[in-house]
Design a protein around this ligand. Structure first.
Ligand SMILES: CC(C)(COP(=O)([O-])OP(=O)([O-])OC[C@H]1O[C@@H](n2cnc3c(N)ncnc32)[C@H](O)[C@@H]1OP(=O)([O-])[O-])[C@@H](O)C(=O)NCCC(=O)NCCSC(=O)C[C@@](C)(O)CC(=O)[O-]
Ligand SMILES: NC(=O)C1=CN([C@@H]2O[C@H](COP(=O)(O)OP(=O)(O)OC[C@H]3O[C@@H](n4cnc5c(N)ncnc54)[C@H](OP(=O)(O)O)[C@@H]3O)[C@@H](O)[C@H]2O)C=CC1
Length: 402
């Protein structure tokens, strides 16, 4: 059946919009859906439908497909990074519609290059899922928590039976009145790991329910915390915790950022530390989310997790001959397998960074991705701090962003 006929059957109530793939190939189904939706809205979805991405290749990333949205992608760099896993110098792909962003990160990368490169380290790996259980009260909560502490190995065996890659590395119980939360943390290797951690935790919950009086209320009890601003992620970390730093000779700061090291350091204290504290912000940084979001879109990460990616602290210190700068991203959730990483353009962006697919050893590609994003975030911080210190922010955006 062709797209027009399928669209007609949907309009007649004979087929539901999300059932089209059962009656036609994925491309025809998407075309029919476009017709129905565009017709109802009295608009055109021709641009949305003009895609290089084959509908069949979107499987397991989308439902009710109508096409694609295009986001420009630029590159900043190359940015030399001496990471825990590897030393590399790559262009960082950034997908954004904010004029001046790539120029800014590019300038920051040029500063990092002139300084001889950034160091970066992943300091923690733990993708978390925290189910919530119902108990009678505090006495039962104590008993359940005690049982969980005594049976961590059993729970790890149950959880790890669902995956050949994931490892349970942390299990922290929290009791609140008649609720018990168990925050499971997994090393998910090269996967961002949210599906993996959720499936594994479901298995462990079955054991808790069969061996204790606790009753599962929800597999996610929001203490995980996924896709919501939360202090627990900023403090304990989630996904990968990663730090990047650089020491920049004073003359490079003055030449490329048009500000003195002292001015940049003072600005960082007043803006990123004092200002953020006064605002009650979880992000003690200037624009880490800009780089995280643009890198996430380019490389097929889950965009909603930019929320956690913005949990970053930027520190800057004017030393005798150099400016020390660092960015610590507490909860950067990235993968090089799974999710949107397999889509062709996103996979190419991962290839540009040399981190496409599973790493050897497993986890090393996702570590390297986290480290280069952290170095990119550092570049963004340096350039924006420079622009603010030299009063160039508004003119830069007037020139490049409108
Ligand atoms: C715009 C610049 C970089 C000019 O900076 P400049 O030093 O005047 O420019 P330049 O022409 O001398 O070039 C210096 C370097 O910048 C890069 N560069 C320069 N132009 C380009 C370009 N067209 N395309 C790519 N790269 C570019 C490039 O690396 C170049 O080095 P070169 O390669 O020539 O040796 C600077 O003024 C700047 O970084 N401004 C800050 C802009 C910024 O950071 N915007 C980010 C978004 S702001 C936001 O969303 C968050 C905010 C601000 O609300 C958060 C908060 O509250 O703080
Ligand atoms: N379920 C949920 O609650 C949520 C899901 N998501 C979505 O979850 C998806 C991401 O989940 P995620 O678990 O990362 O991905 P996938 O569900 O795509 O699973 C990836 C699988 O790849 C396998 N794998 C192969 N090689 C490797 C390797 N080198 N390292 C790690 N795993 C490897 C693993 O299989 P095996 O385990 O068998 O070893 C792993 O489970 C995204 O689409 C995201 O949007 C986001 C938020 C919440």
């Amino acid at each position: 059946m062709n797209a027009a006929d399928l669209a007609e059957r949907v309009r007649e109530g004979d087929l539901r919009l999300h059932e089209l793939e059962s009656h036609a190939d994925p491309e025809t189904a998407a075309a029919a859906r476009r017709r129905v939706v565009a017709n109802e809205a009295g608009t055109s979805l021709d641009s949305v439908g003009e895609s290089h991405l084959a509908a069949a290749d979107t499987e397991s990333t989308i439902e009710n497909l109508v096409g694609t949205v295009e986001i420009p992608i630029g590159v900043a760099g190359p940015v030399p990074v001496a990471g825990g896993e590897r030393e590399a110098e790559h262009y960082l792909p950034l997908a954004t519609t904010e004029g001046a962003l790539v120029a800014s990160v590019n300038r920051g990368c040029s500063v990092i290059r002139a300084a001889g490169g950034a160091d970066a380290r992943v300091t923690k790996r733990a993708m978390t899922r925290a189910p919530v259980f119902r108990v009678d009260g505090v006495v039962e909560a104590e008993a359940v928590v005690g049982w969980v502490r005594d049976h961590e190995t059993d729970l790890a065996s149950a959880a790890e039976s669902t995956t050949s890659h994931g490892e349970l590395v942390d299990l922290t119980p929290y009791a609140v009145g008649d609720s018990v939360f168990l925050r499971f943390g997994y090393d998910t290797k090269d996967a961002m790991g949210m599906n993996m951690a959720t499936i594994a935790t479901r298995e462990a919950c079955d054991v808790v329910e069969s061996e204790t009086p606790a009753e599962l209320v929800a597999l996610s009890g929001n203490l995980c915390t996924d896709k919501k601003p939360a202090a627990i992620n900023a403090v304990e970390g989630r996904g990968r915790s990663v730090v990047a730093d650089v020491a920049i000779p004073n003359e490079v700061v003055e030449e490329r950022l048009h500000a003195t090291p002292e001015a940049v350091a003072e600005l960082n204290t007043r803006k990123n530390l004092v200002g953020s504290a006064k605002a009650g912000s979880l992000g003690f940084n200037a624009q880490a989310a800009n780089v995280v979001a643009a890198a996430f879109l380019a490389t097929g990460q889950d965009a909603a997790q930019v929320v956690e990616g913005s949990n970053a602290i930027t520190t800057v210190a004017a030393r005798e001959d150099e400016l020390y700068a660092s960015v610590s991203l507490a909860s950067l959730e990235v993968g090089t397998v799974g999710g949107g990483t397999k889509l062709p353009t996103q996979a190419e962006a991962l290839s540009l960074l040399g981190v496409r697919g599973g790493g050897s050893p497993p986890g090393s590609n996702a570590d390297a991705l986290a480290e280069v994003i952290a170095a990119g975030a550092l570049a963004g911080e340096l350039s924006l701090l420079g622009a603010l210190a030299s009063r160039h922010l508004s003119s830069a955006h007037a020139d490049l962003g409108r």
